[in-house]
Design a protein around this ligand. Structure first.
Ligand code: 5AD
Ligand code: SF4
Length: 440
């Protein structure tokens, strides 16, 4: 029996790609093992969004240098594979396969070449009409399933490597998406997450011609689904119809992730984000005017080249204005091929670090306040796990908050995948604590 081990870095797109890769490997006769030591084939599905993410794969690979020639094979998949291509064979000579995400549908052929002893197997073509679809996706989470609706990205944000690593935008036919969602609902999944680098620019290539809002409404109406989420949205393509569809369909979760990146219009302009602060705020108003209680989260980059203290202050004031429920924040990192490398006035690591700390402190205060406002409220949670260390169940609210709670029977209660109502009793910056009210 041939065995493989896979480790995944990066975003949900990568997590879901790995599920597809695992399904394909299993259908090709491989079986999955839990450690690289046990495996004949070790795969790393990589992320190159920031330099630190990229370094991770090379540090993993370097710990296996001694295995060179011992029959174990190494493969690099995903964004670093696409970005670095054949250079990976020079940097890490024990790697014998390098495959970008647009070529995973060729994996069966590539595995044949690998097994035949080819030392430099590559799948790096980005020039593809194919959207990787496989009947084999092996999903680990039995309740929440990811579905890809659009691959690649046609924007050209000045800092971002994704258009180079995932290629041009390709939308998947709506019938294929809806069939997969129906099939998942029939087999017991209650939560679905629609994925794409920019889901808002979804354009159905089939005659039905759905846009994202209409697709969302059709998915929401599939019997059996209780929660539908989507990520990621780009403010430029985010239209009011999306909020209208959410208003009409309670199955769509109370959460929108709308990455802003900066609160300064001047920085947004240099980032080539294609919207101003005011235009972004208009979208926030649509969301806040919804009769649903929609949580808003975002991504922020601090220290983009040329970001002045005044620009940074504008990002801080945006946080005050929006009152985000949560955010991901990053120091700007130079990425190969991206337009921002050529800009003047790169900031020092120290200054970027200083700004990041200030931003995170501010947001922490906002989250403490926002979460405390929920004390006493009843929240429906999907139970996602059990924490042995604390003896508590881990639930997630529609707004995507983590809510921990105890149950008299502890782990024996077997609540995984159940929906129940909990009353919030305590709160912290990153999670809530509650007690179950009843099983619903
Ligand atoms: N440096 C820092 N952060 C980045 N992101 C994307 N590219 C970079 C970069 N070069 C962040 C953005 C994006 C998130 C996924 O990662 O905030 O929304
Ligand atoms: Fe990382 Fe972006 Fe690739 Fe996702 S798409 S794995 S975040 S580089």
């Amino acid at each position: 029996m041939k065995t493989f081990y896979i480790e995944t870095f990066g975003c949900q797109m990568n997590v879901h790609d790995s599920e597809k890769v695992i399904g394909t490997l299993v259908s090709e006769g491989y079986s999955q093992v839990d450690t690289p030591e046990e495996a004949d084939l070790v795969l790393y599905n990589t992320c190159s969004i920031r330099d630190k993410a990229e370094q991770k794969v090379f540090s993993r690979l370097s710990s296996f240098k001694r295995d060179l020639g011992k029959g174990k094979k190494f493969a690099v998949l995903g964004c670093v594979a696409q970005q670095e291509g054949e250079r990976i064979f020079e940097k890490a000579p024990h790697v014998s396969m390098v495959v970008g995400s647009a070529s995973y549908n060729k994996l069966p052929e590539l595995l044949v070449q690998l097994e035949a002893g080819n030392q430099r197997v590559t799948g790096l073509n980005l020039d593809t009409e194919d959207t990787f679809e496989t009947p084999f996706a092996r999903r680990d989470n039995p309740h929440r399933a990811y579905i890809t609706i659009i691959e690649g990205c046609d924007k050209s944000c000045a800092y971002c490597v994704v258009p180079f690593t995932r290629g041009p935008e390709r939308s998947r036919a709506s019938e294929s998406i809806l069939n997969e969602a129906r099939m998942l609902a029939e087999s017991g999944y209650t939560e679905i997450q629609l994925l794409g680098q920019n889901v808002n620019s979804y354009r159905d290539p089939s005659p039905a011609g759905l846009d994202f809002a209409s697709l969302l409404e059709k998915v929401a109406q599939i019997p059996g689904l209780r929660r539908v989420r989507f990520t990621t949205s780009h403010p430029r393509d985010f239209v009011k119809e999306i909020v209208d569809v959410m208003d009409r369909n309670p199955v769509l979760c109370n959460h929108i992730h709308l990455p802003v990146q900066s609160g300064s219009t001047a920085v947004l302009n240099r980032m080539q984000r294609l919207y101003t602060r005011d235009e972004y705020m208009r979208r926030i108003e649509w969301i806040k005017n919804s009769h649903r209680n929609i949580a808003i989260t975002t991504d922020i980059i601090v220290g983009f080249p040329g970001e002045t203290e005044a620009d940074f202050e504008e990002t801080l004031s945006l946080l005050d204005e929006v009152q985000y429920d949560s955010l991901f924040s990053f120091k700007y990192s130079r990425r190969p091929n991206t337009p921002a490398i050529a800009l003047d006035d790169h900031l020092s690591e120290e200054e970027k670090g200083r700004r990041l700390t200030i931003l995170q402190e501010k947001q922490r205060g906002i989250q403490i306040r926002r979460n405390a406002e929920l004390i006493g409220s009843i929240q429906e949670v999907l139970v996602e796990g059990f924490n042995r260390a604390t003896g508590q169940w881990i639930g997630r609210t529609s707004q995507n908050r983590v809510l921990n709670f105890s149950h008299p029977q502890g782990e024996e209660a077997n609540l995984l995948g159940r929906y129940l109502d909990a009353r919030v009793t305590r709160s912290g910056p990153n999670s809530l604590v509650g007690e179950p009210v009843n099983l619903v």
